[in-house]
Design a protein around this ligand. Structure first.
Ligand SMILES: Nc1ncnc2c1ncn2[C@@H]1O[C@H](COP(=O)(O)OP(=O)(O)O)[C@@H](O)[C@H]1O
Ligand SMILES: [Mg+2]
Length: 214
């Protein structure tokens, strides 16, 4: 299964969720690779911090660009037998997003419940619509990230998005300092203390993804 975390907006959690999702899937025994498509190479930087700290990692992180994405990742899926290829998306890179969408089985769009950027949403949606002409089976869903408990979500905006064909993960990821703290150390929330809630959220997300796979 190829899963890409995409949003044309930066800072929504693409890298954070990619890293933690890849880790959780690998931890469950799946053969996983994380493909970093962002020219800023945040996932690769994370992996190198980790490497310098001598922390082993049970999946590889590779850099990928829009030109080589399709060929490289399709081969990895078919010949190298990866169960999951996780693509960490890049902001504002239309070619990269297009290339990622067309090879994905699932496009996850992380977004914050506040500060909606509807332009980003609409642009991604129309790219997905285009891709679906060739590959109607692509699944796409919004994953709310950095949600602060007891704040009202912009319900009318969510309803608009649903009308516009977006479905939402049942999982909601909270605003939790552990996500940031872990990443800075080259770690995931599964490797830092007092992170049960963050871990559970990632595991719920993985469960939802695994259900889509069947
Ligand atoms: N659920 C969360 N709780 C707290 N901080 C988060 C959460 N998700 C992401 N962040 C922080 O927000 C910033 C942007 O996240 P990042 O994953 O780099 O976004 P993107 O890859 O979409 O640009 C980072 O500093 C990250 O640590
Ligand atoms: Mg990123």
């Amino acid at each position: 299964m190829i899963i890409s975390f995409l949003n044309q907006k930066g800072g929504v959690g693409k890298t954070t969720l990619s890293i933690n999702a890849a880790y959780a899937l690998a931890d469950q025994g799946h053969k996983v690779i994380l493909a970093d498509s962002d020219p800023q190479r945040s996932s690769m930087a994370w992996a190198s911090v980790r490497n310098n700290a001598n922390k082993p990692l049970s999946f590889n992180v590779i850099g990928i660009d829009s030109g080589s994405m399709r060929e490289t990742l399709t081969r990895m899926k078919q010949q190298d037998g990866y169960d999951f290829i996780v693509i960490d998306g890049a902001p504002r890179m239309t070619d990269l997003a297009r290339a990622a969408i067309i090879i994905s089985d699932l496009v996850v769009m992380p977004m914050q419940a506040s500060g909606f950027d509807l332009w980003a949403t609409d642009e991604l949606k129309s790219m997905i619509e285009e891709a679906k002409i060739y590959k109607p089976e692509i699944i796409h869903a919004v994953l709310l990230n950095r949600v602060v408990p007891n704040t009202n979500l912009a319900k009318d905006v969510l309803a608009d998005m649903q009308e516009n064909g977006w479905t939402f993960f049942d999982t909601v990821i909270g605003q939790r300092q552990n996500f940031a703290n872990a990443a800075t150390q080259g770690l995931t929330v599964f490797e830092v203390a007092n992170s049960k809630s963050a871990q559970d959220e990632i595991l719920f997300m993985i469960d939802e993804i695994l259900k889509l796979k069947d």
